[in-house]
Design a binder for this molecule. Structure first.
Ligand code: SAH
Length: 537
């Protein structure tokens, strides 16, 4: 038999009213129980039409027809036909597509989409649609009625472009799942407890460190493995109090390195672990002894080993790609003369220009005008740039970004730490105040909605290393913003800055190393036409 359109109205209401319980115990999708409940529901309201659902086979026919007009909004454990009800294991209702049923409800009411799905009605002048976009924009568009054999729902279907935009804006299931995966994958930070008892540090330094090693290794304190120092402390257990021993196992200690030339009256060396003259420097240096790793949980150990400790970000990058991450690439060049077109376009750029800051630096600098006139527009159509600036160059940096076609979206700072993991108070720069931070301007070009937002913050707290060397954490931040697979460029980089997924250019790099065939081809053509010597690694 063929049911009329009105026969489905109570069923739609019934499902929307009972949707949360129909597939769960005790009903559990059992079609007999659902039929009984539906009949009860129909009878409860005198306005409902009487529907012939005498036996299970009629009910199955009713469901088949319902699914035909609702776009298969009901999912069953088996394909429905009027005989399956007689089988030993009859089909069960297992899932309800509520949106589909809401749409059917709207159509049965002879109207448009449910109000909740429409954002706002923008009035546009009515004219004959020409392009597809105009067609979509047309506020009222009659769609063909839906056929189910003889059942014809003669209702009009109103299309609303705002609803379409609203749907497009919604994150896809893949994005939601990737975000969730990134959240679960993100390793939790192990909180490092620092011991503030100078007596502990002094005693542990006496038993754990060996003067000779320092005169031998000079600056490279990490040559003495943590495990060795812990082993020595453990061997001298009888010489130190139990309290100090226990403390060495679970807290960080800064062990004073007392050489023959150390003068304790002078206090801490302000270069700390970046001091280049440790062999002779008379100021005090420290060895950082972490808590004994055998006391970490396996998770914490893994964190350290993978170097994946996120102290200031809330998660991993969630954008996914099935491309391989490119190996590190670099070109030794004078940035002022390299044609940027060779390099292609990038999702992210980090630039740490050699600003002329009127200070003696271990490398050459560029004039403001030279930097401002770099053809940066050739490197990016849409994406993010991070530009390191110093006190004097902040304003030039802002001008440069605007000139290069960026809008300035953020300003980040790097708060510098000394080897005691405290803020540097006697920075080596600053005329009036000691400088303990560096600034990074963040510019955006185009409308890069694909950038992963709100993962990291605008402050990085991290130790200092060689002159001008910036913390690696900034690369991690960029990789989380644009993804590890996208093309990234560093301008004015050095050897230690080269990384997979990045192309680094600068005049202190060792030779050239390129993998991308296009870039390689363009670079070779450039060197040939300019009679330059190709210096591949
Ligand atoms: N961000 C880097 C430091 C950059 S220092 C780090 O983390 O280590 C600036 C670098 O730019 C220096 O290596 C300097 O030699 C280089 N440089 C200066 N002028 C240059 C030019 N005209 N072309 C290419 N590199 C230049």
């Amino acid at each position: 038999m063929i049911y009329s359109k009105d026969c489905f109205v109570p069923f739609v209401e019934f499902i929307l009213y009972r949707e949360d319980v129909l597939t769960k115990p005790p009903i559990d999708g059992d079609l007999w129980k659902i039929r009984a409940l539906l009949i009860q529901y129909i009878q409860s309201n005198p306005n409902h039409p009487s529907i012939q659902l005498t036996n299970i086979s009629e009910f199955l026919t009713y469901l088949i027809q319902f699914n035909l007009i609702s776009g298969n909004s009901l999912k069953f454990s088996k394909l429905l036909n009027s005989n399956v009800g007689l089988e030993i294991t009859p089909p069960k209702l297992i899932w309800i597509n509520v949106s589909g049923i809401l749409l059917l409800k709207a159509r049965l009411q002879g109207g448009s989409f449910p109000q909740s799905m429409i954002v706002s009605g923008i009035h546009r002048p009515q004219k004959e649609p020409k392009t597809l976009f105009e067609l979509l924009e047309t506020p009222k568009l009659k769609m063909d009625p839906i056929y189910s054999h003889e059942i014809v729902l003669k209702t009009s279907f109103t299309f609303n472009p705002d609803m379409l935009f609203e749907l497009i804006k919604r994150p896809t299931a893949r994005t939601i799942l990737s975000k969730e995966r990134a959240r679960l994958k993100t390793k939790k930070v192990f909180f490092y407890n620092v011991c503030n008892d100078s007596n502990h540090n002094h005693i542990l330094g006496t038993v754990g460190l060996n003067k000779k090693e320092y005169s031998q290794y000079g600056t490279n304190k990490q040559m003495i493995p943590q495990a060795t120092v812990h082993q020595r402390i453990s061997q001298s257990k009888n010489m130190i109090s139990n309290e100090i021993y226990k403390c060495s196992q679970c807290k960080i200690h800064f062990l004073p390195i007392i050489n023959n030339h150390t003068d304790l009256n002078l206090g801490d060396c302000s270069y700390l672990d970046t001091c280049h003259k440790m062999k002779t420097c008379r100021y005090l240096h420290y060895y950082t002894l972490n808590s004994n790793s055998s006391h970490y949980s396996s998770d914490q150990k893994e964190n350290e080993e993978n170097n994946q400790v996120h102290e200031y970000s809330i998660g991993d990058c969630f954008s996914e790609s099935f491309r391989e991450v490119l190996p590190a690439q670099w070109i030794n060049c004078d940035i002022r003369y390299l044609p940027f077109k060779i390099l292609g376009k990038f999702a992210a750029i980090i630039s740490d220009p050699a600003w002329d800051i009127h200070m003696s630096l271990p490398y050459g600098t560029c004039k403001d005008e030279e930097l401002l006139s770099l053809p940066m527009h050739e490197l990016q159509d849409e994406g993010i740039i991070m530009l390191w600036v110093t006190g004097r160059s902040i304003e030039i940096g802002r001008r440069a970004l605007l000139k290069w076609g960026y809008k300035i979206s953020d300003e980040m700072i790097w708060v510098k730490l000394n080897q005691l993991k405290r803020t540097i108070v006697t920075g080596r720069t600053g005329h009036w105040l000691n400088h303990s931070k560096e600034h990074l301007l963040v510019g955006l070009k185009g409308n890069p909605i694909w950038i992963n937002r709100k993962i990291d913050m605008d402050v990085v707290v991290s130790g200092t290393r060689e002159t001008s060397r910036k913390p690696d954490r900034f690369y991690d931040i960029v990789e989380r913003l644009v993804g590890i697979h996208s093309r990234k460029l560093e301008i004015f980089g050095r050897d230690h800055n080269t990384r997979p997924g990045w192309l680094t250019i600068g005049n202190q790099l060792q030779g050239v190393s390129l993998y991308e065939p296009e870039v390689k081809r363009r670079y070779e053509a450039y060197t040939q036409s300019n009679n330059l010597h190709l210096n591949y690694n």
